[in-house]
Write a protein that binds this ligand. Structure first.
Ligand code: T1G
Length: 698
């Protein structure tokens, strides 16, 4: 075995060269790996004793793409395209032997090879669009030549992976290897060496010609999927590359791909999405846990409360194959909860997202119960009852007596003080918040709320179980609304002022939808029943809100009532402005003695977004979030902040913290202390620093 460099070795088995890449953890195409691959290829091609070359990877996966951490830095030769050129110039067949996930530049490397073989568990994708990029190593030009334009458009504009069986079926790979990949690759290479080399992928035009005969295919695809790409550059650039693949000679197509790739690489959108890629992974890291802290395995779960949240939470565990006992206080509620769960599964199956027999398998993992004593065997118990402190304390007192030693006692409260809840238990160290977002079986965000006495092992276990149920977990501290809802409340307070001063729900929603949110706050409130929830909570505490109360008293509970902040035609969920709502809002202005005025969109935008940034800074000062980037993860995954804008913290740096601080000082003069810049913002501005890189915890 020859060490080409620290990342590549060259082995020989008979006439077959085996180039092995080894760059943990995912064989990203770092500069060192690129150098090793090019040198190894050059040596193997030059050696007359070798007749074929296998390109294989050590570790858990084939090359998973370019090294994302290198983007934004000066490119260092050799580039991916140099390796691609060397492969295609080789007189000897080069075979890519794939396991794990061949992604991005990794799949592009394989596309340049003469053959691609893989184990059945391998997966393939060009996920660059998720980074605001496009495949810049020839993927937009080679993939359609192998799999056809329709599949190439679907794969590259979504970034979704496909499995080996599908890859074989559509012509992306040549063979699925049973047994040992390396041995299978050597055997395949020996046969390849004995026959004429196949045409290079770049020279295979039969599928391109088919697409050329149907030029409308691109606009049809844009018409079908374009809504999803609203505001984003990358998907539209990808479509232009794919059109170039069909309409231009190969090398001109490559030039077009490279030009458009460079545009995206330099774009704020891609910078935001590359930042977010690491931010999301950083959120899973909890500094300060004692080194020997190990998560305990969660084998069984109990959920208290079969309402909307309890049912959704239950589904997460059934989906992960974890038995879950769903406990309610009366049969009617329990049956209704189970019925909702079953209907959810049936709807998913009807959309092809679940095999029919999986419905029964998952339902069989859910054990309904009317006895809270049935929590006794559970490793993790999640209370998801009505948002009332007295009720939650009562439940936790019972859990404290009934739960087995070593069980985790979690509350799904969305805002109540978890220290107060933990105080009623004899084991406060076992108490933690697991704040799911509705619908809990769909929303990927999970705020894990660490109370003052929560033990490290409970935190570590909660983070681990979140991963197991495919949630994106972010650790936050106890404060009113934790992190996401606390920031949303700051925005909501300003939004209410804007209504009183002259704006209408449809104007406010449009400003945020134009920014990139999928829906505006008022349409979201109508969808989630927020008017009724807020009204009932105010009644409990004797609070008043003229607009909210007026809407509720008219039965305007949102989409389900056919009216809320908007009007909804029967069977439609399209929000329509409603004169009755405008009257209520104008009456609110009159009652406050405010002369309504036309408010410019830009002012609306700044008065909605800047208080969010300010509140986030306060949260960081109070150490209720570990790092600013965690707040971005919360807002992208929990509230629909557009991924290609990175999150409120990233966006603050894009606008410029000093510019925001100065604008807030102006707004503070007109609209009060909500705009008083947080001390952290003042400090960072004074130090000429941004906020997205700020870490609150040591
Ligand atoms: N570059 C750098 N680091 C990477 C990386 C990459 N491509 N992929 C993963 N990592 C790090 C990650 O930050 C984490 O680090 C560790 O590896 C494990 O990752 C020219 C331009 C492969 C499916 O977009 O989708 O090629 O936190 O926690 O859950 O056209 O990683 O341990 O320090 O995600 O098992 C295209 C991105 C790049 C693939 C594995 N490729 N990666 O998932 O582990 S652009 C991608 C993934 C490109 C070309 C274009 C996943 C994974 P740390 P992980 P995982």
């Amino acid at each position: 075995m020859a060490h080409i460099n620290d990342f590549v070795t060259l082995d020989r088995e008979g006439v077959v060269a085996i180039l092995t890449a080894d760059n943990p953890p995912v064989n990203a195409l770092s500069h060192g790996l690129r150098v090793g691959l090019l040198d190894g290829l050059t040596q193997a091609v030059a050696d007359p004793a070798l007749k074929a070359i296998v390109l294989i990877c050590a570790g858990r996966t084939f090359v998973a793409g370019a090294d994302i951490s290198e983007f934004g830095k000066a490119p260092r030769a050799p580039g991916l395209h140099d390796i691609v050129a060397a492969i295609e110039a080789s007189a000897k067949p080069v075979i890519a032997a794939i396991h794990g996930t061949a992604l991005g530049g990794g799949l592009e490397l394989a596309l340049a090879c003469h053959y691609r073989i893989a184990v059945r568990s391998a997966r393939f994708g060009l996920p660059e669009v998720k980074l605001g990029l496009l495949p810049g190593g020839g993927g937009t030009q080679r993939l359609p030549r192998l799999v056809g334009i329709a599949k190439a458009m679907a794969m590259i504009t979504t970034g979704d992976m496909i499995g080996a069986d599908e890859a074989k079926e559509i012509g992306l790979i040549d063979e699925i290897v049973a047994g040992d990949l390396r041995a299978g690759a050597v055997a395949f290479a020996e046969k390849a060496a004995a026959r004429a080399k196949p045409p290079l992928v770049r020279d295979r035009d039969e599928k391109i010609l088919a697409a050329r005969a149907n030029p409308g295919v691109f606009d049809e695809f844009r018409k079908t999927h374009g809504r999803r790409w609203r505001g984003q550059m990358a998907p539209n650039h990808i479509m232009k590359c794919l059109e170039a693949a069909v309409n231009l000679p190969f090398d001109q197509g490559i030039a077009e791909e490279r030009r458009l790739f460079q545009e995206l690489l330099a774009s704020d959108q891609s910078k935001a999405q590359r930042y977010f890629f690491f931010a999301e992974r950083e959120a899973a890291k909890i500094p300060g846990l004692t080194p020997d802290t190990k998560p305990v395995e969660i084998k069984t779960v109990a959920v208290i409360g079969a309402g909307t949240m309890g049912g959704g939470i239950t589904m997460n565990f059934a989906n992960a194959g974890i038995p879950v006992t769903l406990i309610e206080q009366d049969q009617k509620n329990l049956d209704r909860g189970l019925g909702v769960i079953r209907r959810n599964y049936e709807n998913t199956a009807a959309r092809g997202g679940l095999a029919a027999d999986d419905i029964e398998k998952r339902m069989a993992l859910i054990e309904p119960s009317l006895k809270i004593e049935d929590v006794a065997g559970a490793d993790l118990i999640i209370e998801a009852v009505y948002e009332n402190m007295g009720l939650k304390k009562e439940i936790f007192q019972k859990l404290d007596k009934l739960a087995r030693k070593g069980a985790i006692l979690a509350t799904n409260t969305s805002a109540l003080n978890i220290d107060e809840i933990a105080a009623v238990a004899s084991r406060p160290e076992s108490v933690i918040g697991l704040h799911f977002f509705s619908p809990a079986n769909v929303m990927r965000l999970l705020e894990i709320v660490r109370a003052a006495k929560t033990a490290d092992w409970v935190v570590a276990t909660s983070m681990a179980v979140a991963r197991k149920i495919s949630k994106v977990a972010v650790l936050v501290g106890v404060c009113d609304g934790f992190v996401g809802n606390r920031i949303m409340r700051a925005r909501g307070m300003q939004s209410e002022r804007l209504l009183i001063e002259g704006a209408l729900p449809q104007q406010i929603d449009k400003v945020l939808v134009d920014f990139g949110f999928p829906m505006g706050p008022y349409a979201v409130t109508d969808m989630g029943g927020g008017i009724e929830l807020g009204w009932r909570r105010r009644q409990e505490i004797g609070a008043k809100n003229f607009i909210g109360d007026s809407l509720a008293e008219r039965g305007r509970f949102g989409q389900k009532a056919g009216k809320g902040f908007y009007h909804y035609e029967p069977g439609s969920r399209a929000p329509l402005p409603d004169p009755e709502v405008e009257e209520i809002i104008k009456e609110a202005s009159r009652r406050e003695g405010v002369d309504r005025r036309a408010i410019p969109d830009q002012e609306i935008f700044e008065r909605l977004i800047y208080p969010m940034i300010n509140e986030a800074a306060k949260i960081l000062e109070e150490r209720k979030a570990l790092r600013a980037s965690d707040i971005d993860v919360i807002w992208v995954y929990g509230y629909g902040w557009p991924l290609w804008r990175g999150g409120p913290m990233f966006y603050a740096d894009l606008v410029g913290l000093k510019k925001i601080r100065d604008r807030m000082l102006e707004l503070e003069k007109q609209h009060g202390s909500l705009f008083k810049p947080a001390p952290l913002i003042e400090r960072l501005v004074a130090e000429d620093k941004g906020i997205a890189a700020y870490k609150a915890a040591a």
